[in-house]
Structure formats: C-alpha cells, structure tokens
Design a protein around this ligand. Structure first.
Ligand code: COA
Length: 373
C-alpha cells in the first residue's frame, strides 16, 4: 500500500458578499408584501401571516454574519430571491467549471504540479449542474489534464468521501495524483423565502491535490494517516429536486425542490454521531484527544462545532484548535472543511496531527486524519 500526501490546496471566493442585515432587509420586504397581498385571507384564517427574520437571531443561532455569493442582486431583489446565472452554451465552460479552475490553479501552484501530471479529477459537491456529461470530465477538458474524472455527491460530506476515494486509488496504485475539487453554488439550492433557512449557505470552491508520498519531497504537505466514512438515513435534511420531477403525478412546489431541513433535530442527532466517529477513528490509529492539534470541521453551526470539539477533546477547544470561517463564509457545504484546512494549517509543525471532518445530509460524515510532514 502506498502512502498518501495532501500536497496542495486552493480556494476560490466569489467577489460579492451579502451581510445578514442586507439579507434580512430583502426577506422582510418580501414578508411585508406577502402579508399585505394576503391580508384578507390572513384575517379570515385561511392563510398564515409570515414572520420577519432577524439578523441578531441568525448570528446567535449559527455564528454566521455574511456569505459570498455568485449573484448578489438576484438574491436581494424581493421579486427574484435567487441568484440569476446566465444560461451557458454547450461550447463554453459552466459556472461551476470556471469556479473549479479558479480553485485548482492555486492548488497546483502550491503543490508545484502542472495539469498534465494529474491522473484523476474528482468533482465532489452537493449540487451538480446536470446528470451528464460529468462535471469532472468538463473540468478535465478545460484544465487540459487528467486521464479520467467523475463526480461524487454525498452532500456536505462530499469532500471527505472524495479524499477517501482518491486516497484509495493512490494506496492501491491505480493513480499517483488525484485532484479533488468542490465547486459549491449553495445559493442556487437555497429557498430565500424560508425564514428558517434563508441565511444558512454561501458559495465557494475549494481544491486539494492528493499524491503518492514517494513523489513528494520530505517535509512537504500532510500525510493522510487514515480515512473513515459513515452514513445513516435521515429525512431531516432533504431536497426533492430530481429528474423524475417532470414525471411525478403530483407536481411538487418550488420549495420542495430546494433545501429543507429540521435544523434543531440535525443539530441534536449529527453532533454526537460525528463526535463518536472522530473519537473511534483517532483511537483506531492509536492516537488520543491529546494528540489532536487541530479540528478542521464542516462549517454549519458554531455552537454545533463547539459541542463536537468538547466531546472529542474532553474540554473546550481554543479558537486555534477549532478554526472557523462561518462568520465570513456561512455554510459552504462540502467545501467548508477544506476552506479551514487551507486557511489554518500553515503554522502546524512536523508531526502535528489534525482531523478534517465533513458531515451533513444523508446523514453522511467522513473524517480524514492527517499528520504534518
Ligand atoms: N429570524 C428570527 N427568528 C427565527 C428565524 C429567523 N430567521 N428562524 C427561526 N426563528 C425562530 C423560530 O421560529 C423559533 O421560534 P419559536 O421559539 O417561537 O418557535 C426560534 O427562532 C428557534 O428556532 P430554531 O429553528 O429552533 O432555531 P435553532 O436555535 O435550532 O437554530 C439553526 C436554527 C438552523 C441555525 C440550527 O438549528 C442549526 O444550525 N442546526 C444544524 C444544521 C446543520 O448542521 N445542518 C447541516 C446542513 S448541511
């Protein structure tokens, strides 16, 4: 079995950011208009009045202050309330492909590699632009590298699942270099008219290069010590968008074809599942809580991450041990643990151990233990 090293990471952040205050102003304008337009039905008890959102609630409940998005104007227009994305022709790169290329460039530069040295391209994310051709094959084409590529979708845990998939290829010898990329346009699956969830997500893209350790100079990158995956069925995070929508005998509403969650139940059920997974995984490698220098966790909720760290470490985690970008980026699905790994791993010294962990719908969760070389 070959050893695997993460030799580079890259991040692409869209230029536009939306603050909680801006989002709440747009949402409340929609609510006011809805209640005014439906005043008669509301008074007659045939329709429920909508309640306004609140920026303080959002920050206190989640730790989110803002999010980057691919189209701010569409999201904040109460007549639109979703990103507006130009329809692309088949002979030009899709938006997710462009985002992927923008994250791959700094990733390859950090690893000192060029596109023609890549064996496989894995696109791992929550939402793909179409069933086929695979986005990974499109990225391969515009990148000008890679023997093959394919897409993986395991919701917010997609990056962890792709790291294990790529690492397994390298361990077994079927590939030497695997590029993993997470182009997340979460704003396009978010229901901006739903008070419970309109603040949750942002858009971003991350990339990571996995290599056979024999090809990476001593002292460079992070050795992949181990990977572990877990799934357990739940409807508490669900999106009924799919190719059968057109054929279904009962047409679904727009809201049913977007992200829906029972956040409170997710919090209560996923936090212990993830904490136990990390504890078991670390133990499997004869490591203990004291050996963990850093936890690069999925960024969904700051209180949830504090709870997971408390259970894993047996005490409160410091900010350095549990870095977060929630305030700035919100939840960016599969990309989020890779953002924190990308931004908060430079200070680790040879021998330092950390755990990258993604979790979300499915439920699905994956942990990757790494050691600084
Ligand atoms: N503005 C103001 N009030 C709001 C609100 C908003 N935008 N959204 C909900 N509320 C209200 C609710 O109506 C409720 O009011 P009530 O107590 O009068 O019934 C109250 O605030 C609490 O709502 P609740 O949904 O229970 O809040 P919460 O503390 O659970 O926080 C989340 C909501 C979504 C931030 C939180 O549950 C969460 O992050 N869960 C984990 C989700 C997760 O990890 N998902 C993975 C996705 S990849």
């Amino acid at each position: 079995m070959n050893n695997v090293v993460i030799s580079g990471t890259g991040l692409y952040t869209p230029p536009e950011s939306v603050s909680n205050e801006e989002l709440v102003t747009a949402f409340n304008a929609y609510v006011e208009r809805f209640n005014r337009d439906h005043a008669g039905e509301i008074d007659a008890g045939r329709c429920e009045a909508l309640a306004p959102s609140n920026a303080d609630f959002i920050y206190k409940a989640s730790g989110i202050k803002s999010r980057y998005v691919v189209d701010k104007a569409g999201i904040l227009d109460p007549d639109v309330m979703h990103p507006r994305i130009r329809t692309r022709g088949n002979d030009e790169p899709s938006l997710q492909c462009e985002m992927a290329l923008a994250a791959i460039e700094p990733c390859l530069a950090q690893a000192g590699r060029s596109a023609d040295e890549i064996d496989a391209v894995l696109v791992a994310c929550s939402n793909l632009p179409r069933p086929y051709p695979a986005l990974a094959v499109e990225v391969q084409q515009y990148l000008g590298g890679g023997r093959f590529g394919f897409d993986l979708n395991v919701a917010c845990a997609s990056a962890a699942f792709a790291i294990q998939t790529g690492a397994d290829m390298i361990r077994s010898g079927s590939a030497r270099r695997v590029l993993m990329v997470n182009p997340e346009i979460c704003s396009a699956h978010l229901n901006f008219r739903d008070r419970d969830s309109h603040f949750i997500f942002g858009d971003v893209c991350t990339a990571a290069l996995l290599e056979n350790a024999d090809d990476v100079a001593d002292g460079e990158g992070f050795e992949v010590v181990g990977t572990r995956l877990q799934t357990r069925f739940s409807n508490n995070i669900r999106n009924n968008f799919g190719f059968l929508n057109r054929s279904e005998t009962e047409p679904r509403t727009d809201a049913d074809r977007l992200f829906v969650q029972n956040g409170r139940r997710v919090f209560k059920e996923v936090a212990p599942m993830v904490a136990q997974m990390i504890v078991d995984h670390v133990g499997e490698h004869d490591l203990s809580a004291d050996d963990i220098k850093r936890l690069w966790l999925h960024q969904a909720n700051i209180n949830m991450n504090s709870l997971i760290c408390r259970r894993v470490l047996g005490r409160e985690a410091s900010q350095a041990e549990m870095p977060s970008v929630l305030a700035e980026y919100a939840n960016t699905s599969s990309a989020s643990p890779v953002i924190v790994f990308h931004k908060f791993s430079d200070d680790m010294v040879a021998g330092d151990v950390g755990v990258l962990c993604g979790f979300g719908a499915g439920y699905s969760a994956g942990s990757v233990i790494v050691r600084r070389r």
